[in-house]
Design a protein around this ligand. Structure first.
Ligand code: AFP
Length: 321
């Protein structure tokens, strides 16, 4: 017999009732979900009169080329957050904060379209978000202050992984436009034999990362005594989703290329929200030494080395344990 449908709005109502999130937080998440439904629908139109992977000629605040879908997703999210009385919106696509409601008490930080180089290749892209409290003063807080975080993945299924600080829940967009809870207890296994890193950068890696990956590649006859598999999607949401599903270690470390001294990923709207989800699912996330959630950003678009996933592997690399 089919399980009774349990929708995102039901789940949020229950979490609000139990005191894990405020009604304003619920409204913000539901508004992000409504934007995600539009982004998913739009991304399905790529190549059908729309060219969403087209470079628009501009750059975002971090110097990346902006694609048509990056800009459209960013606008849809701002529009949705305006209806939810959110105080301010921080986006990868904007130089500074967009102030929305004077009465709002929440900040939403977003990567509106993660993995935009995959738009034209029909691979999974996504939207990553983080909810933080806002008292009218600072916009920059350690990740431990997050009230909720999550990401939508636009792949074979449109899915949402969400935490309000009470574990991680997975939802899937059904045929009627509602997010329905998936039959899946989200928990990252402690051990793994799968890793994710862009190996084309290996000549630029620091010794600790090179040595660690060499040991994995040596397989059964090497020091680790077992074979490891590798995957690299090129979209953080896709690589993260796989790790939530079956475990693994993800690495985007610092390296010796100019501009990669702090890796590639952004702290506020990529690493913090992913790290919150990861810890809530039983995994760990470090910058190499420091727990990602303890890092306070100095600026909105700050980069950070990011290593997360199954605790045995991440601890071995980051703590030598
Ligand atoms: P884009 O959004 O520019 O495609 O970048 C995606 C991303 O920020 C993240 O989703 C990937 O894990 C990472 O970059 C991939 O970076 P490399 O292209 O250097 O492997």
């Amino acid at each position: 017999m089919a399980e009774t449908a349990f929708f995102l709005s039901d789940y949020l109502g229950q979490q609000e009732f139990e005191g894990h999130i405020s009604s304003e937080g619920c409204r913000a998440i539901l508004s992000l979900a409504s934007a995600s439904v539009k982004i998913a629908a739009l991304s399905r139109q790529n190549g059908l009169g729309e060219h969403l992977g087209a470079v628009l000629g501009g750059e975002n605040a971090d110097g990346d080329e902006q694609k048509a879908l990056d800009v459209a997703a960013d606008e849809l999210i701002e529009e949705a957050l305006r209806t939810a009385s959110v105080a301010a919106y921080l986006s990868e696509e904007r130089e500074g904060a967009v102030m929305l409601s004077d009465k709002g008490t929440l900040l939403v930080a977003c990567d509106p379209l993660d993995g935009s180089s995959n738009i034209d290749t029909n691979l999974t892209v996504g939207t990553i978000f983080s909810l933080l409290p806002f008292d009218g003063s600072t916009l920059l807080m350690p990740g431990d202050m997050q009230i909720a975080s999550g990401f939508f993945a636009y792949g074979p299924q449109t899915t949402l992984l969400l935490t309000v600080g009470n574990g991680v829940e997975a939802f899937c967009l059904d045929g009627t436009g509602d997010y329905r809870r998936m039959d899946w207890q989200v928990a990252i296994p402690r051990t793994t034999s799968e890793f994710a890193i862009n190996a084309s950068n290996s000549r630029h890696w620091q010794t600790a990362v090179s040595d660690y990956i060499s040991d994995l590649l040596a397989g059964k006859t090497g020091p680790r005594g077992k074979n490891f598999n590798m995957r690299w999607a090129g979209s953080l949401v896709a690589d993260a989703f796989r790790i939530f599903r079956r475990g693994g270690i993800f690495l985007y470390p610092s390296d010796q290329r100019d501009g990669y001294e702090q890796g590639r990923l952004r702290l506020v709207y990529e690493a913090h929200p992913i790290a919150f989800l990861v810890e809530q699912a039983g995994g760990v996330a470090y910058d190499g030494q420091i727990r990602i959630l303890e890092i306070t950003p100095d600026e909105l678009h700050q980069r950070v080395p990011l290593i997360f996933g199954s605790s045995d592997e991440v601890d071995l690399l980051c703590k030598g344990a």
